[in-house]
Design a protein around this ligand. Structure first.
Ligand code: UT7
Length: 338
């Protein structure tokens, strides 16, 4: 149902196409038993993760371009009609040029401009909201929003606290305008709070700690996470914001077809579903197969559930994420692909 807020818009931004790329190489939990002091039982019970992927054949832009090509092929999109490319990532190929420029060339999107967006695990939500704004403004007709991360390049494979949590993947959605305000992106609540900066970061490589032999020796070029603190904040952040967006839009638990949560920990997903008053089965889950793929988790869920026939036009979705920054947020949309 369109809300009063939606009626002031002429267009909603509707997801009209999806695509994904998963590297072939699978790292199961037994792989990690061999390299750090851990075990399959701990990993499954504390995180829900059984496997994750590792890219051995390219950089983030290659993974992002393969996800975009999958979308283009499956939905018969002409890449020359794409107006804007937004790539959410914390593992860009380089500081510059932007990964979006590299993707633009790789997929032949000759008429597009684009940029990267850095919001860690909330990156896809921030990019989706940004892309939706470009569509709602009426200027652009096709905005490609990609979540892509090659986490294996910033992981310390000696740190059992983090190395087994993350995986590599990319996934993409296409936004187009629709005059049917009953479908598409309807509302969002997004936040950041830099006081969380010490809990999840990669300290080295940027202007604060440019690369030196010392920064390499100190291990500053890989991800650090204070898991316990982030866990507590993530449970509260994701659950509160999901409930808030439901209340703001008068959605009962029955109105929500799916929670589409960032995949960082199955316990965080379950706690969020519980607070929303929806059964676990209504939370999209693929963390068991792919781990935490940072910006790619939410579009990967959307793509898989759509292709499996589990997502139908008219389904109300609550997307929710929490990540480094801290960044967190929720988007309410109604699925619009038949
Ligand atoms: O996506 C971005 C946002 N990130 C998140 O949302 C992640 C949030 N955090 C988490 O998901 C969880 O905190 C972790 C999965 C990272 C850790 O789970 P936890 O239940 O918070 O474990 P913990 O850090 O409290 O550690 C519990 C115990 C400790 O042992 P003691 O002190 O109780 O003896 C750890 O040393 O588990 C131990 N431990 C491990 N044991 C086996 C920590 N890592 C491992 C491991 N294997 N890999």
């Amino acid at each position: 149902m369109a809300t009063s807020k939606d009626k002031i818009r002429n267009y909603n931004a509707n997801i009209t196409a999806v695509g994904m790329y998963l590297p072939e190489k699978v790292l199961d939990n037994h792989y990690f038993e061999k390299i750090v002091d851990t075990n399959d039982e701990w990993i499954v019970s504390r995180t829900g993760i059984r496997e994750r992927r590792k890219e051995e054949n390219g950089a983030t832009s290659d993974m992002a371009a393969r996800a975009a090509d999958d979308l283009i092929k499956n939905h018969n999109i002409n890449p020359e009609e794409i107006d804007v490319i937004i790539v959410a990532t914390v593992t860009p190929d380089m500081f510059f040029p932007a990964t979006a420029c590299l993707v633009q060339e790789k997929i032949g999107a000759k008429n597009a401009w684009g940029f990267d967006l850095s919001a860690a695990c909330s990156g896809f939500l921030f990019a989706l909201k940004t892309g939706a704004g470009l569509i709602e403004g009426g200027t652009y007709k096709k905005v490609l929003v990609i979540g892509a991360d090659k986490m294996s390049t910033i992981i310390n494979y000696k740190d059992r606290n983090t190395c087994l949590l993350f995986g590599d993947a990319a996934s993409a959605v296409l936004l187009e305008p629709t005059e049917d305000l009953n479908i598409g992106v309807k509302d969002s609540i997004l936040h950041c709070d830099g006081s969380g900066k010490e809990s999840l970061y990669m300290k080295g490589g940027g202007s604060l700690n440019p690369p030196t032999h010392e920064t390499v020796d100190q291990g500053l070029h890989t991800l650090y996470q204070d898991g316990k603190t982030v866990f507590k904040e993530a449970v509260k952040g994701m659950a509160d914001i999901s409930v808030e967006i439901m209340q703001k839009n008068n959605l009962s638990s029955d109105d929500v077809a799916y929670l589409v949560p960032h995949q960082a920990n199955l316990r965080i997903i379950d706690a969020t579903a519980n607070r929303m008053g929806i059964p676990k089965e209504k939370a999209m889950v693929n963390i068991d197969k792919y781990g935490n793929t940072t910006a790619a988790t939410i579009p990967l869920c959307l793509t898989e559930y759509y292709r499996d026939g589990k997502l139908k036009k008219g389904d109300n979705l609550v997307l929710a994420a929490f990540g480094a920054g801290f960044t967190w947020g929720s988007i309410y949309l109604t699925w619009g692909i038949d």
